[in-house]
Design a protein around this ligand. Structure first.
Ligand SMILES: [Zn+2]
Length: 220
């Protein structure tokens, strides 16, 4: 979804696990003892995320909501671009980059307040106690936030239509969500590459989301 906004994904050939870092960078144990390695590598990229703009795909989902549909978005993305586009119900299964939590006192901070530090790769510290701030995205070795996943499952159970967008459906638990839809609920899949669920879908496209989704919602 967000690659069309110029943000790299994690696992594809151009993903940040191949170009910038490895999955180890997002390991919570490593972060606890050595936060500097995380911010040194990720900081400048983090600033790009915080300042990225939604693309035609994000805007098409927001348009669907403006047309009067109830649109619930369950996403593995952490970049807040759906909210920036105007979507009001977003279940962030892997957390968000928008806020940060102090590792010492638990105080929350807005990531945008630290944008300059990110671009320099510096470690941001809590304004109350001086503890290290950790982004509220889920690291390896951490539990996923339970509430977004619970709400996402309910949304799938309740859906009249399921649209799977821009995911290889290889990462649990997000890839289990289509299985929560009630039997007979139509499912569309729009993804660059084929997925294991394609054969169960009512409509499959490998075109760009930003090209086909605006057509589907009547914007183009
Ligand atoms: Zn603190």
């Amino acid at each position: 979804m967000s690659t069309e906004s110029g943000l790299p994904d994690f696992r594809s050939i151009n993903g940040i696990y191949k170009t910038l870092t490895t999955a180890l960078t997002f390991n919570i144990r490593l972060f606890r003892i050595w936060p500097r390695q995380f911010y040194k590598v990720i900081g400048p990229f983090y600033k790009d995320c915080v300042s990225a703009e939604p693309n035609a795909g994000h805007l098409a989902l927001a348009e669907l909501e403006r047309q009067g549909k109830i649109v619930e978005i369950a996403t593995q993305n952490v970049d807040c671009l759906h909210q920036k586009a105007g979507s009001s119900i977003v279940h962030e299964i892997h957390g968000t980059i928008a806020t940060m939590t102090c590792m010492k006192c638990g105080e929350k901070s807005q990531a945008s307040d630290y944008a300059d530090m990110f671009s320099n790769g510096k470690v941001p510290h809590c304004s109350h106690c001086g503890g290290v701030l950790k982004p509220d995205l889920t690291f390896f070795g951490e539990e996923l936030p339970s509430e977004p996943l619970r709400k996402a499952k309910l949304a799938f159970l309740d859906a009249d239509l399921v649209i799977v967008l821009g995911t290889s459906l290889k990462v649990a638990p997000a890839n289990t969500l289509p299985g929560y839809r009630v039997k007979g609920t139509p499912m569309f899949i729009i993804n660059h590459d084929p997925t294991q669920y394609d054969e169960y879908a009512d409509f499959v496209s490998h075109e760009k989301i930003g090209e086909i989704l605006p057509q589907l919602v009547g914007m183009a």
